[in-house]
Each structure stands twice: as C-alpha cells, then as structure tokens.
Design a protein around this ligand. Structure first.
Ligand SMILES: NC(=O)c1ccc[n+]([C@@H]2O[C@H](COP(=O)([O-])OP(=O)(O)OC[C@H]3O[C@@H](n4cnc5c(N)ncnc54)[C@H](OP(=O)(O)O)[C@@H]3O)[C@@H](O)[C@H]2O)c1
Length: 410
C-alpha cells in the first residue's frame, strides 16, 4: 500500500500532515455485475481506493469506458480476438493492454495492486486466482468456482504464501464476520441461508418446462445470468456448501442450509454453547464487496441501512431436496472431494450454457450433472492438471448427452 501525504500547510508540517493509505485494487471481471458494483463502491469510498487494473472477456466497449473513467495502469482482455477493437477504443490513453487468457495472470500478479478482487464467472478465473494466491496478494474472492474446483490447492497456496482471502459472496462474508464472535475451534455449525430462487415453492412437475426467461427472473437479487440460473436450480447453494467447506475448513456435515426468502440474514454461525451469531443487511452486494475492501475497518458506504421494523417478519424453512436435487448432490461432492467437484462444477457450467441457448430443459441441468457424477471415477488427491482434465471430460460429456435431452423450444 502507498502513502499519500496531503500537506495543507507548509508552516506546521507536524500538525497538517495527514497520512492516507491508498488501497490499489485489481478487478478481474470489471464488466460483470460484481465488477460494476465494485467500481460503484470504489467511487463512494473516495480517493483512498483506486482501481488500478481491470479485465473483461468480450465487453470491450464497457472496458474502454471504465478505462477512460478510472485511468487504470493495466487492462486485460482475455478473449484475444477483441484486442484490436479494444486498442482502437483506448488509443491515446496511458494504459498497458494485455490480451488472451494469460493476461489475467499478469493482472492478478501485478505489483501495482494490493487487493485482487476476482469476479470472473466460472472456472475460467481459476489460474488467475491461484496466481494471485501464489504472489501473496490480498484476495477478495467473489467467484466461487475456483474454490469449488480446486479448494485444496488454492487454500494450500494461500497458507504457503501468506495470502489473505476475504470472501465477497454475501453468505461467506456473513460467516466470516460472524466467526469473529469466538475462537474457531468453538464453532459447531455453519448455517448458509438462501432465498430459494424463483421456484422455491415449486414441485418437480411445476419446473419441468420453465423457460430461460422465467428462470432468469430472480425475486430478490440482480446478478449475472449464470449465477441466476444456479440460484433457480439451487446449484448456487450446492456450490456454496463446497466453497464454505474450503474457506472455513468445515466438514460438510457441519454445514446446514436454510431457506430465507427475504435475504436479510445472510448466514449464521452456531457456537458450542448454543449461541447463534448472524450477519444481517439489505440484499445488496455492495455491502460484502465494501467490507472485503476496507477490512478490518468498517466505513459508511452506499448500501441502504436495514430497517427491521419496516420488514415486519423474517421467515426460515427447510429446503425442498426432492425438487432441488442439486443440494444433496452438493453434500455428496463436498464429502467426496478430489475430482468430483471439478466434474460437478464443469457439468453445471456446460448444462447452464445449453439451457440458456434453449437446447435442453431446465430439469435436464441437474440430470446431466448427476449423470456425469455417476459416470466419473473420482481421484481423491488431484493435481491441477487432473482437475482440469476432469473438467474438460464433464463438459464434453454434457455436450454429447445434451443432444438426447429435449429442448424447451422444441
Ligand atoms: N452477481 C452477484 O450478485 C454475485 C453474488 C455472489 C457471487 N457471485 C459470483 O461472482 C462471479 C461473477 O458473477 P457475476 O454475476 O458478476 O457474473 P457476470 O455479470 O456474468 O460477469 C462475469 C465477468 O467475467 C467475465 N468473463 C466471462 N467469461 C470469461 C472468461 N471465459 N474469461 C475471463 N473473463 C470472463 C465477464 O466479461 P465480459 O463482460 O466481457 O463478458 C464479466 O466481466 C461468479 O462466480 C458468481 O458466482 C456473484
């Protein structure tokens, strides 16, 4: 972190010299929902927080706009085919441009950044997240997929390189905050909450033929398309169980899921004495993003303050595991570990893509994931190469098998 010494008077240096620690932030995925919210948070935090590096995959127009506004030192476009267009759009600006998947690693390891906030959707962000951990960066992690797929490798890299992980996912940020109420060994249970998504009260028959448009209409959160579909299938909660397993070193049997449609209690931690500590707030990702940037400080921000009296009541219910098969599958994968998680995640990413393109039905997403898990021989201690092999196998398997599943539009 860099000091900015602001001198208001030349005569009385001792009194007037105010030291401001500038936090320099690299945002992987600055054009996405989390990335854009991070820039809103940085705007509100003022000059002590600077966006020094930004990345996008396809959205060159928005990346160019952000470059003009935030004046980062480095920008990365991971889809190399977009490089020329980006160069044209930012010509004349004093910024280094990198292109291709490797550019994300350069950005994640940049000496210009103190904090690397990772918000790339899917496993595509894994190499860069690992690279940031190996460089000992402070890692504000929004994308759960790298932790799900390579939780063991990533947490080891974090330990060995003195890296700090600060969760941005609202549930994991809540757990991280609630855990500060007592010693780690006195935590008896983690309780993840979830809104239940748009089909919370539906039966399997009700959701058989829902369209992408219906599944994309989340009742509470406004997020990118992949995580919105994950919320509708409850794969998001299943991935979060595995994410929590690695982030907090908790066995799957000590992680519970509760449906809480109002999304005000973001998660809870139970201690051995029976006390349950929760973190509450309005459903707004700016709050966990800001906490990850300012930690351990808390500062006034843009998130609306909670008025419990205006809300009336908060409700909790058990999840419907008959309709939402993803949840029991998530527990099974969290217990098995190894390559199972890579298959689980990749099959989901590929199936969501098929569903959004209208090639398979909504219920086929979880059927395809289950099919891949059943067919896969788990390797319990896996290298990065083996995890990526399992990932590639599952994607191929889903593509082939998807052709046999009926499209919603057929
Ligand atoms: N949105 C939320 O409220 C929320 C909450 C909790 C956790 N998360 C997690 O945060 C992550 C991001 O979610 P999001 O909703 O912000 O997603 P999003 O809106 O779809 O944005 C994804 C970002 O990743 C970039 N990207 C897409 N494919 C890429 C690839 N192959 N290589 C490199 N970059 C790529 C996109 O660039 P382009 O714009 O150029 O395509 C964009 O900047 C996900 O892991 C999600 O689970 C999100």
């Amino acid at each position: 972190m860099r000091d900015i010494r602001c001198r208001t008077s030349h005569n009385d240096k001792a009194k007037s010299q105010k030291i401001v620690m500038v936090k320099r932030i690299a945002i992987l995925g600055s054009t996405g929902s989390i990335g854009r919210n991070t820039l809103r948070v940085i705007d509100a935090l003022g000059p002590a927080y600077q966006a020094v590096a930004l990345s996008a995959h396809n959205n060159v127009e928005l990346l160019a706009e952000q470059t003009k506004r935030y004046k980062p030192k480095l920008i990365a476009i991971s889809n190399a085919a977009c490089e020329k267009q980006l160069r044209n759009l930012v010509s004349g600006l004093d910024v280094k441009i990198s292109a291709g998947p490797e550019s994300l690693i350069e950005l994640a390891q940049s000496d210009d950044a103190d904090i690397v906030l990772t918000a790339i959707v899917g496993v595509a962000g894994l190499p860069a997240v690992l690279a940031a951990a190996k460089k000992g960066k402070r890692l504000a992690i929004a994308n759960k997929e790298p932790l799900v797929v390579a939780g063991e490798l990533l947490t080891r890299a974090v330990r060995e390189n003195g890296c700090t992980i600060l969760p941005v996912d609202s549930e994991h940020s809540a757990i991280f905050q609630a855990m500060q109420a007592g010693p780690r060994e006195q935590v008896s249970r983690i309780i993840l909450t979830g809104s239940g998504g748009p089909f919370r009260q539906a039966s399997i028959e009700d959701i058989e033929n829902v369209t992408p448009e219906q599944a994309l209409a989340h009742p509470v959160w406004n997020m990118g398309p992949k995580i919105t579909i994950d919320s509708a299938t409850m794969m998001n909660k299943a991935l979060e169980i595995i994410e929590a397993r690695w982030l907090f070193d908790m066995p799957a049997e000590k992680i519970d899921v509760l449906i809480h449609p109002q999304s005000i209690v973001h998660s809870l931690v139970e201690f051995v004495d029976g006390s349950v500590i929760a973190q509450l707030g309005t459903p707004d990702m700016c709050l966990p993003i800001q906490y990850a940037l300012t930690y351990p400080q808390r500062v006034a921000g843009i998130s609306k303050h909670l008025r419990l009296d205006e809300l009336g009541k908060l409700t909790f219910e058990r999840p419907n595991v008959k309709t939402f098969r993803a949840l029991p599958l998530g527990y099974e994968v969290a217990r098995n570990g190894g390559t199972a998680a890579a298959v689980f995640n990749a099959a989901n990413e590929a199936a969501v893509e098929e569903f959004l393109a209208g090639r398979i039905r909504f219920v086929s997403i979880v059927e395809l994931i289950e099919h891949c898990l059943n067919k896969h021989n788990i390797k319990h201690t896996a290298s990065l190469e083996e995890l990526l092999e399992a990932d590639a196998w599952a994607r191929k398997e889903v593509k082939q098998r998807a052709q046999k599943h009926k499209s919603v539009r057929a």
